[in-house]
Design a protein around this ligand. Structure first.
Ligand SMILES: [Fe+2]
Ligand SMILES: [Fe+2]
Length: 403
């Protein structure tokens, strides 16, 4: 009998170790994108960052589902200081272009190459569930790399990208198997990341507080419809708040981050839906002033309050108006508006459900030990008083200026 010598280099223990590394990189990449979403100014990139971070959440989920079959607990640190250092450093990029270049021109190409190598080297039949995960993850990774090639075509590789490449080399590459290089010193361009108190917009937009929360009364249907879709085109503000909540809540269970990545992505889709509707009707969404004060106002509160303001305030209370509008669209045979709003409402029902599901744990994470019902009631009252009136007071800033 001929004994075949299989090419597989990856045994069971090594497989676990590698999967932990990939899971860690995907998860940190999601968190870094969330941290930067409000800070990035380029609206085209922001719209894509929602999708990119949700795709990374899908990858973590695939890897988590496999890891929980082969180890307990399923979520483990990679046990490699150099790899942890790489992902801890990657957030401190000097600019949004550098950040994306570090992630999508250095780390992600190496990750995709390692997934391909792993496919060749694991035991094909015994480890088939891992191969299935890689096959699907790679579809996204390859399209992410193509996205970055196009998005960053004008961004020449610089010091930051070289630093990230050196940090990756110090970790022995994604697999940790390559010869480890010396840990590089940080370049002078490294900029310590601090979460953004304000939401950035590129120079195409004007910023204004236009009656946040106040329903425009007694206007004709066409004007109301235009206002509604202009408002959709500003839903980046909701995506930015959810992204900030993800960033501020690293101790929450994975399932929360997974749901919130979807929540964040949905809001970028709602923003796009507004953009597309306006374009269909001959309007340029960049002419709509962006009320970024809404993000600044929400971000002065702890993450649980922000989440409650959004899910129990805005999202819970949006339905009566949406239903009214839907009835008018049906009456007027306005198929496009009706379709867009139907999908939006399906998402929003999920977001309200996320709010009910996660608020108790998020409150605990942020040291709020009041009864949930009482907290929700008070926070909705705060929302009515500060958001629905359009006042959006910034308490911290007024305290500072009072001194
Ligand atoms: Fe939305
Ligand atoms: Fe929502």
């Amino acid at each position: 009998m001929q004994v075949l010598s299989p090419p597989e280099q990856i045994n069971f223990a090594h497989n676990k170790q590698l999967l932990n590394r990939y899971r860690f990189i995907e998860y940190e990449s999601l968190r870094i994108l969330a941290a930067w979403l409000p800070a990035a100014a380029n609206m085209d990139w922001k719209l894509d960052m929602g999708r990119l971070l949700w795709e990374d959440a899908q990858h973590v989920q695939y890897l988590y589902q496999r890891l929980r079959e082969i180890q307990t607990p399923a979520f483990r640190p990679p046990g490699d200081d150099a790899l942890e250092h790489l992902m801890a450093e990657a957030v401190h990029a000097p600019t949004e272009a550098d950040l994306l270049a570090g992630l999508f021109r250095v780390i992600k190409p190496a990750l995709a190459a390692t997934y391909r190598w792993h496919c060749e080297q694991t035991f094909a039949n015994p480890d088939a569930p891992t191969l299935y995960a890689f096959k699907h993850i790679l579809l996204d990774e390859e399209s992410q790399l193509t996205w970055a090639e196009e998005a960053l075509a004008d961004h020449a590789p610089g010091e930051w990208e070289a630093y990230i490449a050196d940090l990756l080399a110090a970790a022995g590459g994604v697999s940790g198997r390559e010869d480890r290089q010396k840990t590089p010193a940080p370049p002078t361009c490294r900029t310590h990341f601090e979460w953004p108190r304000d939401a950035a917009r590129d120079s195409r937009f004007s910023l204004v507080n236009r009656d946040a929360g106040q329903r425009v009364k007694s206007v004709d249907h066409a004007t109301q419809r235009l206002r509604d879709f202009e408002s959709y085109s500003q839903e980046m503000l909701a995506a930015e708040t959810v992204a900030l909540i993800i960033h501020l809540s690293p101790g929450m269970p994975w399932a929360f981050t997974y749901d919130s990545a979807r929540h964040c992505y949905d809001e970028t889709r709602h923003c796009k839906l507004g953009i597309e509707w306006l374009a269909h009707h001959g309007h340029d969404y960049t002419d709509v002033p962006q009320n970024t004060l809404i993000y600044t106002w929400r971000s002065q509160y702890d993450a649980a309050t922000q989440y409650c303001l959004l899910t129990m305030g805005n999202e819970t209370h949006a339905f009566p108006h949406r239903h009214e509008q839907m009835a008018a669209y049906a009456e007027n045979g306005d198929r496009l508006s009706a379709q867009f709003v139907s999908y939006d409402m399906a998402d929003e029902r999920q977001h309200v459900a996320f709010g009910h599901k996660w608020l108790p744990q998020l409150m605990a994470q942020h040291d709020i030990d009041r009864p949930v019902d009482e907290f929700v009631k008070e926070t909705v009252a705060l929302w009515e008083q500060e958001y629905m009136t359009g006042a959006l007071p910034i308490h911290e800033l007024s305290e500072v200026s009072d001194q």
